[in-house]
Design a protein around this ligand. Sequence first.
Ligand code: FE
Length: 188
Amino acid sequence: MRTEKTVMKHLLIAVFMITLTGVVLTGCGLRNADAENKPENFVTNDSTKEKSGEYMFKVQKTDEEWKKELTEEQYYVLRQKGTEKAFTGEYDHHKEKGVFACAGCGAELFSSEMKYDSGCGWPAFFTKLAGDRIIEQVDRSFGMIRTEILCASCGGHLGHVFDDGPQPTGLRYCVNSASLKFIRSGQK
Ligand code: FE
């Protein structure tokens, strides 16, 4: 009798923990995005293209060259697809007017007018600058299906794009500060 009660207690705790984990992941935006159910403006390619070297990035550098040019954190995020800790990035609450370029190659990607406070802990943009500046591809890491965004010029990892952004696009480009370099208006 006592054993049955203990088993039931453990079962209830397990169910509670699983539910709690699901709620936390959903709240952090790390939810299972349904790749089949994306808005039309999601242009999703498969990451096998990148792995097979099918993308011809304009800026080509060896690993050693990237290591020399980038800070440790930039290298970790841009070249190793890392993620900076939430709420720690330089541009999370950045509100100056200007353009955000790729920290790896300088390609201009977003403007301050596209930035909004999503509260997710990373800089968020509801759209990107016009042109083929960003590549989107399926990211199946960590047991989730997400859409990774890469700089189209150098292949640097920027972050992910989600479909829970504000109108008019409904998109949230969630970008690591370490992947970006801010250029203040009139600074160029
Ligand atoms: Fe780049």
